[in-house]
Design a protein around this ligand. Structure first.
Ligand SMILES: [Zn+2]
Length: 213
């Protein structure tokens, strides 16, 4: 969830009595092995997006996750890849009930499900803020709105993808998996604040190596 209310996501009950180190090692042992080039197919559903917005969103997700060997694409039933992990991305009207929540990932019994919900109205509300400094394009031009909406949606989606790929219901102090990035950073052209933190990148790399013998 972004921003996230951590209290809504229960810790895995079977891990709750373990020390963090033991739980982490056990978690690594239970994770499936991932191929060296992980493929993630996104299937969009629900409220339609303007094509330029969807293209910008997917471009942003690809840029963020390609640095970690993840090949993200938007697909249809006809173009999905056999070896890919498929995630359903549903855009819905209105909001989640939580202020400024842009997207959520569902966890069941501590495990992420391949279903992400996005709230484009919350993105539009964020972009309409009079206090948000927008540089690089004319604020009310359609092309500007499409590019910015796609950028924000893409960064929110990349964050949710992080919850899924890292099997991580909580958040980090920095980087892509921080809970509440400033609104300015969500629209700024500089995407580098949305890289994984060093700790999260190391954890993700570890998840992609054979963890147990
Ligand atoms: Zn989150």
């Amino acid at each position: 969830m972004w921003p996230c209310e951590a209290r809504k996501i229960p810790a895995p009950p079977s891990y709750s009595g373990m020390t963090p180190t033991v739980a982490f090692v056990l978690c690594l042992c239970l994770l499936p092995l991932l191929p060296s080039q992980l493929r993630v197919d996104l299937v969009f559903a629900g409220r339609p997006m303007r094509s330029d917005v969807e293209a910008a969103a997917v471009r942003e997700v690809r840029r963020i996750w390609s640095a970690y060997g993840v090949d993200v694409r938007a697909v249809t039933a006809d173009t999905s890849r056999d070896t890919a992990v498929t995630l359903s991305i549903t855009l819905i009207e209105g909001d989640s009930g939580a202020v400024h929540t842009l997207a959520t990932t569902r966890f069941v019994e501590g495990q992420p499900r391949p279903w992400i919900t996005m709230y484009p109205d919350a993105v539009a509300s964020l972009l309409s803020s009079e206090y948000l400094a927008i540089r690089g394009c004319i604020r009310w031009a359609q092309s500007c709105q499409d590019a910015l909406a796609g950028r924000v949606l893409g960064r929110a989606l990349a964050h949710e993808l992080g919850h899924y790929l890292l099997r991580m219901p909580g958040h980090s102090a920095a980087g892509l998996m921080r809970a509440q990035p400033p609104a300015e950073s969500l629209v700024d052209e500089d995407w580098r604040p949305f890289r994984l933190s060093t700790r999260d990148a190391r954890q993700f790399a570890g998840m992609r190596r054979p963890p147990c013998r």
